[in-house]
Design a protein around this ligand. Structure first.
Ligand SMILES: Cc1cc2nc3c(=O)[nH]c(=O)nc-3n(C[C@H](O)[C@H](O)[C@H](O)COP(=O)(O)OP(=O)(O)OC[C@H]3O[C@@H](n4cnc5c(N)ncnc54)[C@H](O)[C@@H]3O)c2cc1C
Length: 485
């Protein structure tokens, strides 16, 4: 069996390894000269900037890939658990250290609102139920047939999946600050907490179950370890070539065409590239029936991301590894981004400081960061070559005020990425950060199917297919493929 995987994000790499374990001849093709997709690494003057994922959860999903070949992940990668998972900071300077230590969580919650700890415990118990169903049972279940979805509907309704994560959390928690903290998880996978199905409340429990980890040397070292594994087990990797067409005959996949006109024939083509972009650009639309055309048209896309990477000549030792700073107009900011597709100055942001855990990420005496600001995706038609510098300056001002004094004069290295990078470099429709949104009407059967609903021999793994974005999601999508093939 000859299989081609297009794209080397975590989902694509996991799919290639799983197919190799099934004795397929596997070719992995990546447009860029380096692997990882959103998890690529940018190295600049002694600073190591992980481009994307930094919060590593459910590490067993990575271990499994090594175990398929009787290898131990610890010989390739080194993960370390973090004590404080996130520090949340509000405009009025209230801080909350979020962790897996229940006594510490009690102290932190009671500092903000004494009455909410009981509700928190009830919320955790409820998210365990969602986790048992939504993650343990369904994350690696193929949803390519309608009856699979129909069978699950009663259980999903019982778990209140018609509610949003924010409204689920509000049922248990009274204080607005705590509501924001405990409902922020959809933002990690591209959804608005005020509209994302409460199934994603499972992330709260998933973090508790396996903790939050950091990969020493950066997330890029996981990609490096997986690349080493792929080479050892005989996966052919083609870097620096883009697939420009998927060759078909009568709705059956035949192979692919590269940007140098080379054609490679295969029995299966697995796309880790963004499904809506693949159906738009690499395949022939005349094969799509009315229902599929309607499905593509009605899809709603996740937000865009503005990511500013910077190194400083000063060490900001009081900044935690992961900080989330809420602006005052949080809900309004999210509404502007997701619904109105416009920028808002009262930003909320996530600040990553890997050098808090790993001094190898910056030259001696220096500090390494990235700050991520959710912004509208490219449906907004924002001209990022004009707005980019404005947002950069806005976020530096905001960080100087509340977290990093005298930041501007201490920056020695910097660059940023906008939704244009996600659209043009990573081939993602509308430059969204996480492909299509994680809404109920776009989950499981309603997402782009792992086994194409249009062509035989065509499969999808990664953020835009079931179960969705985030490392646990895309690694699970490769397990779905494993079951289908
Ligand atoms: C800034 C940021 C921070 C994040 N933080 C976290 C986090 O802390 N924890 C977490 O779990 N998740 C996080 N995520 C989400 C997570 O990174 C993604 O959901 C996941 O990495 C996406 O993986 P994927 O398998 O979908 O592939 P992608 O990473 O999207 O990779 C797809 C690959 O396909 C290639 N490709 C596309 N088209 C073609 C073509 N025609 N020919 C050849 N190659 C092609 C692209 O170049 C790319 O390399 C973050 C995402 C971002 C952007």
């Amino acid at each position: 069996m000859n299989s081609i995987v297009i794209g080397s994000g975590f989902g694509g790499i996991a799919a290639a390894i799983r197919l190799k374990a099934k004795k397929h001849n596997v070719i992995l093709i990546e447009k860029h000269h380096d692997l990882g997709g959103r998890a690529r690494v940018f190295k600049k003057n002694g600073f190591t900037f992980d481009a994307g994922p930094t919060v590593i959860t459910a590490p067993y999903l990575i271990d499994e890939l090594f175990q398929l070949f009787n290898k131990e992940s610890k010989n390739y990668i080194q993960l370390t658990p973090l004590k404080t998972w996130y520090q949340f900071i509000f405009e009025d300077k209230t801080k909350f250290n979020y962790s897996g230590d229940e006594q510490e969580m009690k102290n932190q919650i009671e500092k903000i609102n004494k009455d909410d700890f009981k509700g928190y415990q009830k919320l955790v118990s409820f998210t365990k139920k969602i986790f048992d169903k939504g993650f343990l049972e369904l994350a690696d279940t193929p949803f390519d047939k309608p009856f699979v979805m129909l069978r699950q509907l009663p259980a999903l309704l019982k778990l209140k999946s018609y509610k949003s994560v924010y409204s689920l959390v509000s049922q248990y928690i009274k204080n607005e600050k705590l509501r924001r903290i405990l409902s922020m998880h959809p933002l990690l996978v591209g959804g608005n907490p005020f509209s994302t199905t409460s199934i994603y409340g499972l992330i709260l429990y998933l973090e508790k179950k396996w903790g939050i980890h950091y990969s020493m040397g950066g997330t890029g070292n996981i990609i490096k370890g997986l690349e080493k594994l792929m080479t050892e087990i005989g996966i052919k990797i083609i870097k620096g070539h883009e697939v420009t067409k998927i060759i078909t005959n009568n709705q059956r996949i035949k192979g692919i065409k590269l940007d140098n006109n080379e054609e490679i024939m295969a029995d299966n083509v697995v796309c880790n590239a963004d499904p809506p972009a693949v159906y738009d650009k690499l395949l022939d639309e005349t094969n799509y029936n009315k229902i599929f055309k309607w499905k593509r048209k009605r899809m709603e896309y996740s937000m865009g991301l503005f990511v500013y990477y910077f190194g400083t000549k000063k060490i900001y030792g009081n900044i935690e590894h992961h900080t989330i700073k809420f602006g005052d107009k949080y809900k309004e900011h999210l509404d502007d981004i997701f619904e109105k597709k416009k920028l808002n100055d009262d930003i909320s942001y996530y600040l990553h400081r890997p050098s808090a855990t790993d001094s190898s990420m910056a030259p001696e005496g220096h500090d390494c960061f990235y700050v991520l600001v959710p912004v509208p995706n490219n449906q907004s038609k924002i001209n990022w070559s004009i707005q980019g510098d404005k947002i950069k300056n806005l976020v530096i001002d905001k960080m100087e005020e509340s977290l990093l004094p005298n930041l501007r004069e201490n920056i020695v290295e910097d660059f940023y990425l906008t939704p244009d990078y996600f659209e043009k470099d990573l081939n993602t429709k509308y430059g969204s950060g996480f492909s299509i949104q994680p809404k109920f009407t776009q989950s499981a059967y309603f997402r782009f199917h792992n086994k194409s609903e249009v062509f035989s021999g065509l499969y999808f793994v990664g953020a835009g297919t079931h179960p969705g974005a985030g490392l646990p999601g895309v690694l699970s999508s490769a397990k779905v493929l494993d079951k289908i093939l």
